[in-house]
Design a protein around this ligand. Structure first.
Ligand SMILES: [Zn+2]
Ligand SMILES: [Zn+2]
Length: 362
């Protein structure tokens, strides 16, 4: 029978689940290394999977992460976001109190990493957010075999199957042909989605300048500084109706904001895995939903669990129950983590936190 760990109270809960990984009120914790992974509150030593706001927070003591994740955190929180930074290259082994810690590409956003913890012949992988679909803006997901796999489950329901990005881009480009005198406003989060959407649109053959809302500028120029080719990019600045027929990217929250009215009668679009859900698109006032996600879809979650060879699977961050059920019916032990701070009921913590972070950068 499956035990269920619920961490929804303010009381400190420390349950040792393995000597490599346990859950504390701050989040996942490796007692041997005395290090937390993606802690939601300030801790002495943190290992961070990637720069999204629900995983990467300011105020820790020492932070171990990919160089690009550290640089993204510095862009978001300022250079003093922690006491000391330790960058690690993918595959590099860092020994912490006898635990071999290494980062492996997660294919999610620039710098994103799965964390492998190894000690006494046991291997535990914390995936962070990941995807298996190709993404021209970051290193591809690398499969890491392990005994215990901690997987995200943002799109952990069989209804979520992400189409190829090219077919979604084709919808956008067709609409731009059909409504050639209207601005197309594409809502996308500032870290990862905006840059991937641009790269996929370029791959679709669109070579005119793409215009950016101010909140997307810093991280987009950071991606360019890291060698990600995004073609001609220009700030929107004070322009409005001059951009009739052009493509403008903005944070999703701006689609229904007064800011959008400067373009007259724009076609509003949004790139997100949630665009699979019509009610979400409607709620956002999105006319042209593009299903483009930086998370694994249902098929890829299940495939990845099988391929890791893990006997034990911890599920966090999204639709946990369905994936736990799938694991159990496929002969694996599984545990929903129900961690506060990663999952906020109906509206996923990931998107909510990203939106807040996106809006904070102006
Ligand atoms: Zn993320
Ligand atoms: Zn996340």
């Amino acid at each position: 029978m499956r035990s269920r760990l619920v961490n929804r109270t303010a009381e400190p809960i420390v349950t040792v689940m393995s000597n490599l990984l346990t859950l504390t009120p701050e989040g996942l914790y490796c007692p041997l290394a005395n290090a937390h992974i993606d802690p939601i509150r300030p801790v002495d030593r943190a290992v961070i999977t990637h720069g999204h706001a629900d995983h990467a927070r300011a105020g820790h003591g020492a932070v171990l992460a990919a160089r690009q994740t550290l640089e993204i955190m510095a862009i978001r929180y300022g250079p003093g976001f922690c006491k000391s930074q330790q960058p690690a290259a993918y595959g590099e082994v860092v020994k912490i109190n006898g635990v071999a810690v290494s980062l492996h590409p997660a294919g999610h956003v620039l710098g994103s990493a799965q964390i492998l913890l190894e000690a006494d012949g046991h291997r535990t992988v914390v995936s962070g957010d990941y995807k298996r679909h190709a993404d021209p803006t970051c290193a591809p997901f690398e499969l890491v075999t392990c005994d215990t796999f901690v997987t995200e489950a943002t799109f952990g329901l069989p209804v979520f199957r992400h189409p190829p990005a090219a077919s979604e881009v084709a919808k956008l480009l067709k609409s731009m042909d059909l409504f050639a005198d209207r601005t197309h406003l594409l809502g996308a989060y500032a870290l990862g989605k905006a840059q991937r959407a641009i790269a996929e649109i370029r791959a679709g053959g669109y070579d005119r300048p793409i215009y950016l809302h101010g909140a997307l500028e810093k991280l987009t120029s950071y991606y360019q500084s890291q060698g990600v080719n995004l073609g001609p990019i220009e700030p929107v600045g004070r322009r409005g109706k001059e951009l009739a027929g052009a493509l403008v990217l903005c944070p999703p929250g701006q689609l229904s904001d007064r800011w959008a009215r400067r373009f007259g009668d724009p076609v509003t679009s949004m790139a997100s895995g949630w665009m699979r859900v019509r009610a979400r698109a409607r709620q956002r006032g999105v006319e042209l939903p593009l299903i483009m996600s930086d998370h694994a879809d249902w098929d890829d979650l299940c495939r990845t669990i099988i391929e890791t060879g893990a006997e034990q699977v911890w599920v966090t961050h999204g639709a946990e129950e369905a994936l736990v059920h799938w694991c159990e019916s496929h002969g694996r032990r599984a545990l929903p983590l129900n961690m506060i701070g990663y999952d906020d009921g109906e509206d996923p913590g990931h998107d909510a936190a990203e939106e807040a972070a996106t809006d904070a950068i102006t």
